[in-house]
Design a protein around this ligand. Structure first.
Ligand code: ACO
Length: 337
């Protein structure tokens, strides 16, 4: 990307969507067959019935590549016209290079700046904010944001409190330059992080604090989570960030046509919308079929909502994410393909 300040102001619009999930379906019965759990426990605590697992030969970038191609197909945009490719992920192929660089090369986005964003399950909202900033500053016209995660390889297959929660997938959106007078696009963002809660959800080994070259306990190589603390945090911030973003953009709960929240757990979403007084009929969920796909979950749900005819052009849509960090993010967007 060669960026020079544009003379004409431009609005960032959400103009295309796409998704990819691996074929292998892992049901609750598959866990029941090999560990001390029940379908009833998993469904009542999380709402999850099945999730997708990547093939052994697939890494995160392989999922991102498929999703990126799907977004470009949806947009009818040649890869060479992508100015920047942002991949929100906390389960990259490697610590470096970025998933975005590998993905850009594979799809032929040779003119694109490419970088990952690590904000865990809030990553897609963070990515949209960066795409919006690039477009509205005039430095880019087409920014591809593809959340991609492969958690199945980083959860302990014998830890019943985490392995049932996560699935693999990738999904994304194209943020493009519209006219300055456009009323669609992103109305605002609320982003935040509270690193004092970092220890509540983390993967200890593999970074500089605990390098993989040093001896470590088996469980330190897998996702560690304080489920109750994360649950408390998630329900609190989902409510707080929703209130803040709506106030900031001058809208009320009833002005929102559709809510798509991070698909971590049905109970978290139900709890938060109950406290907000949000109409459940305006909430789209698919956690039942994919589990928690972290940074891919919001675009995957948005894409499915559109395929199902639930997300329609012009709808005022609220997107809310929360996750490791601990982080949160919310935005209101009017989707116009
Ligand atoms: N099957 C049966 N029993 C189980 C299972 C299971 N799969 N998992 C845990 N249990 C047991 C526990 O061992 C515990 O037993 P004990 O009382 O004998 O010790 C009991 O169930 C209760 O455990 P809790 O952890 O208190 O269960 P809780 O009701 O809190 O539900 C859950 C656990 C579902 C993980 C919940 O805490 C939760 O949803 N937390 C949020 C998790 C989440 O969404 N994380 C992702 C955030 S986003 C991101 O960035 C990745």
């Amino acid at each position: 990307m060669i960026a020079v300040r544009s003379r004409a102001p431009q609005r960032a619009r959400l103009s295309a969507l796409g998704a990819y999930v691996p074929e292998q379906v892992v049901t609750n019965a598959d866990f029941v067959a090999r560990m001390d759990t029940t379908d009833e426990w998993i469904v009542s605590r999380t709402g999850i019935r099945e999730r997708r697992y990547a093939r052994p030969d697939q890494a995160t970038s392989d999922l991102a590549i498929e999703a990126a191609r799907a977004v470009l197909d949806d947009a009818g945009l040649p890869a060479a016209d992508v100015d920047a490719l942002i991949v929100p992920t906390c389960t990259p192929d490697h610590l470096f290079p970025s998933v975005a660089a590998i993905t850009a090369d594979a799809i032929g986005a040779h003119n694109a700046a490419a970088f990952d964003i690590e904000a865990a399950c809030s990553g897609f909202i963070y990515g949209l904010s960066q795409a919006t900033a690039l477009v509205e500053s005039g430095f880019a016209r087409n920014v591809l944001v593809v959340g991609a995660e492969l958690f199945s390889r980083l959860v302990d297959p014998d830890d019943r409190s985490t392995c049932i929660l996560f699935g693999d997938g990738a999904a994304g959106a194209l943020v493009t330059a519209g006219d300055p007078g456009d009323t669609d696009g992103f109305l605002g963002f609320d982003l935040g992080a509270d690193g004092s809660l970092a220890c509540e959800l983390l993967l200890p080994v593999g970074g500089t604090r605990q390098p993989a070259s040093q001896p470590f306990a088996r469980e330190a190589a897998y996702v560690q989570m304080n489920g109750r603390e994360v649950f408390r945090f998630a329900t609190r911030v989902m409510e707080e960030t929703t209130v803040r973003i709506l106030e900031a953009v001058g809208l009320g709960i009833d002005d929102i046509d559709l809510l798509v929240a991070h698909q971590a757990n049905q109970r978290i979403i139900d709890h938060a919308i109950g406290r907000l007084g949000f109409d459940p009929a305006k909430v789209f969920n698919n956690v039942e079929h994919y589990g928690n796909t972290s940074a891919a979950s919001i675009p995957l749900a948005l894409w499915e909502a559109r395929q199902a005819g639930v997300l329609r052009p012009g709808m005022q849509t609220l997107l809310v994410g929360f996750g490791a960090g601990l982080t949160w993010g919310a935005t209101v967007v009017r989707y116009e393909p």
